[in-house]
Design a protein around this ligand. Structure first.
Ligand SMILES: Cc1ncc(COP(=O)(O)O)c(C=O)c1O
Length: 388
């Protein structure tokens, strides 16, 4: 089918929820994507942070294929090695004690919200259910995670929302203002991705952790976008020396297949009992086998490489004319420019570079194994487009 037919059918048959760019992706390899007309692009989007070792990644494909050849799905009524092995590895790497697997970032956050409320119910009885999230946060599109998302733009049309969420500015005074005797948790993205790749202030985060610990309020870190090596740390909260009670993650964890994980640390490791939560597909063995091949490779050397590549890109981008600011950590980069971000992204596409936008910024989430040459090619295109 040719490009125009695919686009016409898409417009006819797919719900109008995505403002798609004018490209039909056909295939790819590593950091390169090829479209339906044979044009090649450098991929600095990775399917919004999912294809963490690029496209057609050999190790991931081998792991997934090997598992498909054994069994494609096992429901959660039985034990399965890939799921257990992945949970153990995530616990070993983070100090978490238990893991609940879902299929997406939103589901990981749904689990975190339920765990926080049940932890509080078990310990303090009814009524301590409020969760403080931050303004400009993004936590997902399900009704609970949409409620948790601190951006009015997402809230239009869909009320009534879940009771028990308050939105603070990213400073401790504002969190204290939101705090009541009903507060059970605070949920943050230490690098706010969707709102423009904004790392939170370190002093605020350490103060927040102290505030939470003193009151037995659970600290939840949403690492759906910034996790799994993307920031140059296994999880970005490590860069701030935090000790969250719950960590949620997805996207890059699966390397291309849907998976989400809610990591439970010491306090709430036994909060969930049989029947409290569940999902049919969560922890699917194929997704877990793929995720295992990803997580095994996120070691100290890779993280140092990611830090170096991130610094290289940020430094060179900040020198481009018309760049007003560069934000982010590791290979999660936000670029503020004079022109609207969407315009820059469209122009980059025309020149063979795929980038994302996040609010008013251009956002880069390249594969962690992007090469120096590919980074230089991407920089050259960014320079041509932004400085024009
Ligand atoms: C920080 C954060 N949390 C949650 C989500 C929701 O994840 P998903 O789209 O997999 O449900 C996203 C998605 O962009 C995200 O960036």
């Amino acid at each position: 089918m040719d490009k125009s037919q695919i686009i016409a059918d898409d417009k006819n048959y797919i719900a109008n929820t995505y403002a798609r760019f004018n490209i039909v992706v056909k295939e790819g390899h590593g950091s390169k994507i090829i479209d339906s007309e044979g044009k090649e692009y450098i991929d600095c989007a990775t399917g919004i942070g999912v294809n963490i070792f690029g496209i057609n990644d050999r190790e991931w494909k081998d792991a997934v294929t090997a598992q498909i050849n054994k069994v494609q799905h096992i429901c959660n009524l039985y034990y399965a090695e890939p799921q257990t092995e992945l949970a153990k590895l995530l616990c070993d790497k983070t100090g978490a004690k238990k893991v609940f697997f879902g299929n997406s970032g939103a589901e990981a956050n749904e689990c975190a919200i339920k765990v926080a409320r049940k932890y509080s119910y078990d310990k303090y009885g009814e009524g301590r259910y409020e969760i403080i999230t931050l303004k400009n946060s993004f936590h997902g599109r399900t009704m609970a995670t949409l409620t948790a998302t601190g951006q009015d733009a997402f809230h239009r049309y869909f009320g009534p929302f879940l009771e028990g969420f308050k939105y603070a500015e990213p400073n401790i005074e504002s969190v204290i203002e939101c705090y009541t005797h009903k507060t059970c948790a605070v949920m943050v993205e230490v690098i706010q991705g969707e709102s423009g790749v904004n790392p939170l202030n370190a002093e605020f985060l350490t103060g927040l952790e102290k505030f939470c610990k003193q009151r037995d309020i659970l600290l939840i870190c949403d690492e759906v976008q910034c996790g799994n090596g993307r920031s140059g740390y296994f999880y970005a909260y490590e860069a701030y020396g935090l000790h969250p009670d719950i960590v949620t993650t997805a996207k890059g964890l699966g390397g291309g297949l849907p998976i989400g994980a809610c990591l439970l640390f010491d306090k709430c490791k036994n909060t969930l009992s049989a029947g409290d939560h569940g999902t049919t597909f969560g922890g699917n063995p194929v997704a877990c086998a793929g995720a295992l091949s990803i997580v095994k490779r996120i070691d100290k050397n890779l993280l140092l490489e990611v830090q170096g590549k991130g610094a290289y890109l940020r430094e060179n981008i900040s020198r481009i004319k018309n760049v007003k600011g560069v934000s982010g950590l590791g290979l999660m980069i936000g670029i503020e420019t004079e022109k609207p971000a969407r315009e820059i992204a469209e122009a980059c596409l025309g020149k063979g570079l795929i980038v994302l936008t996040a609010h008013n910024k251009v956002r880069l989430l390249p594969p962690l194994n992007i090469s120096k040459n590919e980074m230089d090619e991407a920089l050259q295109i960014l320079k041509e487009v932004i400085s024009k």
